[in-house]
Design a protein around this ligand. Structure first.
Ligand SMILES: [Zn+2]
Ligand SMILES: [Zn+2]
Length: 339
């Protein structure tokens, strides 16, 4: 079968690899569309990540083969699937840190989504695979896994209805957060240097937008919150400026949700005296769990959020590098490929 192998950040090759075989409790799907996630990009650039490898985990596909014991799906079904499943039993799982669970990390779509056929295990079939309703836009369904990650972050955050959030970075993930925050009955300020992206943020429901290059962020936020400050800051990108701005504009007792870290700026200097005295919280959220995948699926199929502005034409997988570059240069929100 056809697969995109990553040999290095500049070296992608479409090659023929062996099609996965399935057992009686597994099934095979044929990839229709797959999208590139920020976490794939991190792996592509990570010199320690295994290469050559088939990456990718965001997929919409068609069931082509089911094991004897598979009852939930049949060949021809169009599905969306996500990759990780926690054990629900270990110390991490019992504390809600599902993405730290070793079973969670071991459960993967095999061999990845950047290829023609993918094997889903019985756990995927039971917990993270959903049949698309008739007429469902396939490209919109691709956002199930990324949206599930955002929902999990919202569930990890501590907030009340009417609170005010910031979302730093109005890319695809930021645009999903803005809409989730509005669904929770809260207000949101989107922060991004790109005027076009801020325009879309407003269309998606952002109450306020700001380009941090043109205004002093803490002062500006002081003005729009009448001095109260921000309850929760969602950082979809993190660097020294973004983090220290957030620490400055949060209200006392406020919270930062880290949803992305910079490889270039992994170490950032912050004033821990202030964090301590002002009871600020920095919490991270990594990945999704089956429960939030299901919630995301329901939000998308229920058309509760707008996704079409985030979607650009699907490119052939042979244009992988081009798609990744367009995404990195912020010319498109997310790179979508067809097999
Ligand atoms: Zn993803
Ligand atoms: Zn576990």
């Amino acid at each position: 079968m056809k697969a995109l192998l990553c040999y290095g950040p500049e070296d992608f090759r479409v090659e023929n690899i062996e099609k996965p075989s399935i057992s009686s409790r597994e099934m095979l799907i044929e990839t229709i569309y797959t999208s590139l996630c920020g976490s794939d990009i991190i792996r592509i650039f990570d010199p320690h990540a295994k290469k050559p490898a088939v990456y990718g985990h965001e997929v919409v596909g068609k069931v082509v083969e089911t094991g004897k014991e598979v009852k939930r799906f049949k060949p021809g079904d169009l599905v969306v699937a996500a990759h990780h499943i926690p054990c629900y039993n270990c110390h991490y799982c019992r504390h809600g840190n599902y993405s730290m669970c070793s079973h969670f990390r071991e459960t993967n779509l095999y061999p990845g989504s950047f290829c023609q056929y993918i094997r889903l295990t019985h756990e995927h079939i039971d917990k993270t695979t959903f049949k698309l309703p008739r007429g469902q836009d396939l490209l919109e369904a691709l956002f199930t896994e990324p949206l599930a990650c955002c929902i999990r972050a919202m569930e990890r955050a501590t907030f009340q209805k009417g609170d005010i959030f910031t979302v730093a970075g109005a890319g695809a993930i930021g645009s999903l957060f803005i809409q989730l925050i509005k669904l929770e009955g809260c207000r949101v300020l989107a922060i991004d240097p790109d005027a076009k992206r801020l325009e879309l943020s407003r269309e998606l429901g952002a109450d306020f937008t700001v380009d941090p290059a043109t205004r002093q962020l803490p002062e500006h936020i002081n003005k729009i919150t009448s001095g109260a400050g921000i309850d929760t800051a969602v950082l979809t990108v993190t660097n020294s400026h973004i983090l220290n701005d957030a620490l400055a504009y949060l209200r006392d007792g406020g919270e930062i949700i880290l949803f992305g870290a910079s490889e270039k700026e992994g170490r950032i200097e912050v004033d821990f005296q202030k964090i301590y005295k002002r009871e600020l919280t920095i919490k991270s959220s990594y990945s999704a769990v089956p429960e939030t995948v299901e919630k995301a699926f329901n939000i998308i199929t229920g058309k509760k959020i707008k996704l079409s502005p985030l979607i650009s034409d699907a490119m052939p997988i042979t244009d992988f590098k081009k798609g990744m570059d367009l995404m990195l240069k912020r010319k498109i929100y997310t790179a979508i490929f067809k097999l």
